[in-house]
Design a protein around this ligand. Sequence first.
Ligand SMILES: Cc1ncc(COP(=O)(O)O)c(C=O)c1O
Length: 367
Amino acid sequence: MKWKESVKGLKAYQPGKSIDAVKKEFELAEIVKLASNENPMGCSPKVTAYLQESSHNFALYPDGYATNMREAVAKHVGVNQNELIFGNGSDELISIVTRSLLQPGVNTVMATPTFSQYKLNAIIEGAEVREVPLKNRNHDLEAMLEAIDENTAIVWVCSPNNPTGVVVEDAPLKAFLAKVPKDVLVVLDEAYYEYVTNENHKDTLPLLKEYDNVIIMRTFSKAYGLAAFRVGYGIANKELIARLDPVRGPFNNTVLSQAIVPIALADTDYLEECRAINAEGKKQYEAFCQKHQLDFYPTDTNFILFEVKMDSDVVFQELMARGYIIRSGNALGTPGYIRVTIGTKEQNEGLLAQLEDVLSNHGVLVG
Ligand SMILES: Cc1ncc(COP(=O)(O)O)c(C=O)c1O
């Protein structure tokens, strides 16, 4: 068959072991998964109640314009409805943007390490990928500017960044945008936006008024606890949205997803509660790292990347055998570190007790 050169030899995304697979392999009754930055509290109970009570005609396609969901998100964000595009998760938005702009002969600039899907999608489109190492734990915006040339089509800014959790602050971001050529699209991936507490990251939305070449991406998969429903959205000026929209699948958000998003948005108390629990959980990990003198990245998300002073694959394996799934930094471009989703207080306590034991068995603990 006549495969695109770019897809030959590509490996499928490795989502990590499923809870069921780990249960079976290690004969464990309970598994705690802190690997994919999902919300450990789940979604709003109002969403769950709706799902239990509602009935729909599943023979019908969903609303291709996602009218009700669009109305609710537009109101929530404070933009016009034609300034939004919805994806089947922000994963699909990444693919829509890359399919629209990348092709052989053009390049795309991103940090490394950062979210893996930018690179994968760019490779599929046959574009050149220019990866710029982080500097002082953050996007090296100066070097990213230098990497841009007349063939650059997209620049990715992941803020807060996955896997580090570090936010790009407003001042450097503004200075950066002022220098990016106007014909280069800047994607600001804010998948963890709702968790940000950094005082120097107020709000990126006003930037859209100043820059026509910026799209902000957010998702319901993280703080809203709705990863299963696959809803992400992009915010940009209406001309940009109108260009991207034809590349989107016609019925890309399901009937149930469209129905529950307005309910999730309305339950602001629940979101606040989840944020507060996350903030407390973050302290548990920071205290652990401080106690044992393990380096950690200052996170503005629901995960934390920290040092284990040994092979992170071994830590990953040993924690899995004890019922905890985390991500090894080896797979994320940060060897010697692990990335852990911040769980409930009990989950964090359980994981940290096991980790303390693993690390002390290997003789790497101080304190
Ligand atoms: C930075 C970043 N962007 C996008 C995504 C994809 O999220 P979604 O579930 O909305 O596709 C993730 C998921 O982990 C992420 O970390």
